[in-house]
Write a new protein. Structure first.
Length: 145
């Protein structure tokens, strides 16, 4: 004898006229608020451009009404300016060091570049998730701009 499992009635009736049923979203949205309609891909592009060096000027000048994009553009521009200042200072310091020490420490410039890339990637990832990536000192300066 084979026992048949009991049939489970659907939790909600199918819509009239057949078709599939999609339940409504949970109340409150689960803590996620989607970006404003009509330009989310444009907004994402502006957030990414905010952290790519001088290209941060594009969202700074184009998206003047979006406070979040403005904050990320100012933060990205401040990070870029800080990186340029550090590289100039490092190159000046290398000029005054003896060539044997300067050559041995040349890997520091590569480390600075890798550190800058890591900060930029983290900033882009946080920005596209709707979060803010704060670099101590630099982000405080960007807030004052």
């Amino acid at each position: 004898m084979s026992a048949m499992p009991p049939s489970i009635p659907p939790s909600s009736p199918p819509p009239p006229g057949g078709g599939s049923y999609t339940p409504p979203p949970p109340p409150g949205g689960g803590g996620y608020t989607p970006p404003p309609a009509g330009g989310s891909s444009d907004r994402t592009l502006m957030l990414v451009l905010s952290y790519i060096g001088l290209l941060a000027l594009i969202p700074l000048l184009v998206k003047k009404d979006d406070r979040d994009v403005q904050w990320h553009a100012k933060n990205g521009l401040a990070i870029f300016v800080a990186y340029i200042i550090i590289i100039i200072a490092w190159n000046i310091l290398q000029y005054f060091l003896p060539s044997s020490i300067g050559c041995a420490l040349s890997f520091v410039g590569c480390g600075l570049w890798i550190g800058y890339l890591v900060i930029i990637v983290l900033g882009i990832m946080k920005a596209t998730k709707g979060e803010r990536f704060r670099v101590p000192g630099i982000s405080d300066f960007a807030d004052k701009m």
